[in-house]
Design a protein around this ligand. Structure first.
Ligand SMILES: NC(=O)c1ccc[n+]([C@@H]2O[C@H](COP(=O)([O-])OP(=O)(O)OC[C@H]3O[C@@H](n4cnc5c(N)ncnc54)[C@H](O)[C@@H]3O)[C@@H](O)[C@H]2O)c1
Ligand SMILES: O=C(CO)[C@@H](O)[C@H](O)[C@H](O)[C@H](O)COP(=O)(O)O
Ligand SMILES: [Co+2]
Length: 400
């Protein structure tokens, strides 16, 4: 078979169509994105005959907190804007919310290619709008402005879109990166402390399987990052915030770029996402995404320790940092039947194998395919004991 693109005809009733689509997208740090002199959001896309028109889909809470200055920004730049305000959290990450966004695109009469949809919100809204953008006329460009920590360091960086369906996390989705993602950490000033912790869980994920130096930054500066919400209110807090955001963005993109379409199903970024999709959906709305990921990481840290992949000291350091980041290290849904169902669903998702990422020490990863029910149960028992006796989540200064 030839490797070149084109139409290949074998002359016996079979045609082979080979084509390539190159994808490129930009992730740009831009503090104070909505200051009137900033033009990033005005320059992307192009004018229609009547002038510049945009649909801006904005998270309801972000609209309450930042909507006035965002509207003023678009007014200042004479952009004819439809502001679509959407309530967005995990409980409404579904097809109904997605359909509502599509109806608004129809109502506005959005042009096919030159009027990118702008989404301003957290991971939920970006995933929903990304999905609709990929479906609307089979692909309409969009631009992301993440407003949560998970949005900035994870959901805003890759190509995955999606909604929950039939009780399953992200069961319907597509691969469709935004043309441009603009990272403005000032949005984090209004995010509550629990959602900062939630985002720190995804940063910790990356640290544990890829970047020991990032882990040390979290161990040393976790509390100041939580307190200052990455706003750099002190010099030490600013240095830590910039270093952590940069390392997280760089590390995530290094992992995403070579495997954007996930043809390789052994993904180290899946760490913490083997059992958590089921736990998160069953606990909804009690556990946030990053919290469920952390419960999974605590379980698999203990499992890796039992296999001799990391030492007792390393295990305890990891659990200590989780608790210090105010994340849970156990949950009642870490029960044998739930874990086995979760694993079975993930095995289907990973096309028939566990492909379970496990930490090796702190900062490295391996993949295994032979985790048994007995091993899971034993790890869960030890996880619960450690969590209840030594590593209880500390929330706002007190154990819970
Ligand atoms: N596509 C991906 O690659 C990817 C990666 C990681 C996570 N995700 C998804 O992201 C979702 C979690 O994202 P999230 O944690 O951002 O949740 P979210 O979008 O639900 O936002 C959390 C809460 O914060 C509010 N909020 C948003 N910005 C705010 C601000 N600046 N100030 C005050 N409140 C604000 C929202 O209204 C919401 O109530 C999950 O559904 C997860 O599956 C996707
Ligand atoms: O949560 C997400 C994406 O929703 C990311 O943090 C993470 O890196 C991975 O994409 C997860 O492993 C989830 O992948 P998938 O189950 O949605 O295929
Ligand atoms: Co995740």
């Amino acid at each position: 078979m030839t490797e070149t693109t084109g139409l290949h005809v074998d002359g016996a009733g079979s045609w082979l169509v080979r084509a390539r689509k190159e994808v490129s997208y930009e992730v740009r740090v831009r503090d104070n994105l909505f200051r009137p002199d900033r033009s990033d959001l005005v320059e992307i896309g192009s004018d229609s005959p009547g002038g510049r028109r945009r649909v801006v889909v904005i998270d309801g809470n972000v609209d309450l907190l930042h909507g006035e200055r965002i509207r003023a920004y678009f007014d200042h730049h004479a952009v004819d804007c439809a502001m679509v305000v959407v309530k967005a959290d995990e409980t409404v990450k579904d097809l109904a919310t997605a359909a509502r966004v599509a109806e608004e695109l129809d109502r506005f009469g959005i042009a096919r290619r030159r009027e990118p949809v702008i989404v301003i919100g957290g991971g939920v809204l970006m995933d929903v709008v990304g999905l609709i953008a990929s479906l609307y006329r089979r692909g309409t460009p969009f631009v992301r402005v993440p407003t949560t920590l998970i949005g900035l360091v994870d959901a805003g960086l890759g190509a995955k879109t999606g909604v929950n369906f039939n009780g399953h996390k992200n069961r319907l989705g597509s691969y469709a990166p935004a043309e441009l993602t603009l990272l403005d950490r000032s949005f984090l000033s209004t995010v509550d402390r629990r959602h900062i912790s939630n985002g720190l869980a995804e940063i910790l994920k990356l640290a544990l399987i890829k970047d020991r130096a990032l882990f040390e930054l979290l161990a040393e500066h976790g509390q100041v990052l939580l307190r200052e919400k990455f706003q750099g209110r002190t010099p030490i807090g600013d240095t830590a915030a910039v270093a952590v955001l940069h390392a997280a963005t760089q590390g995530m993109l290094e992992e995403l770029q070579p495997n954007l379409w996930e043809s390789e199903l052994e993904r180290c970024l899946d760490y913490g996402h083997t059992f958590s999709p089921t736990i998160e959906m069953r606990a909804l709305p009690a556990l946030l995404h990053g919290e469920a990921v952390c419960v999974d990481m605590a379980l698999t840290t203990v499992l890796a320790y039992r296999r001799g992949l990391l030492s007792e000291d390393e295990r305890d350091r990891v659990l200590t940092v989780m608790a210090a980041l105010e994340l849970p290290t156990w949950h009642p849904l870490v029960a044998p039947d739930v874990l086995l169902q979760a694993l079975a669903d993930t095995v289907r998702h990973r096309d028939g194998q566990q492909r379970l990422p496990l930490p090796v020490g702190i900062g490295d990863v391996t993949f295994v395919n032979d985790v048994s029910a007995q091993e899971l149960e034993a790890a869960a028992v030890l996880q619960r004991e450690l969590s209840e006796t030594r590593f209880r989540r500390i929330a706002a200064g007190k154990c819970v």
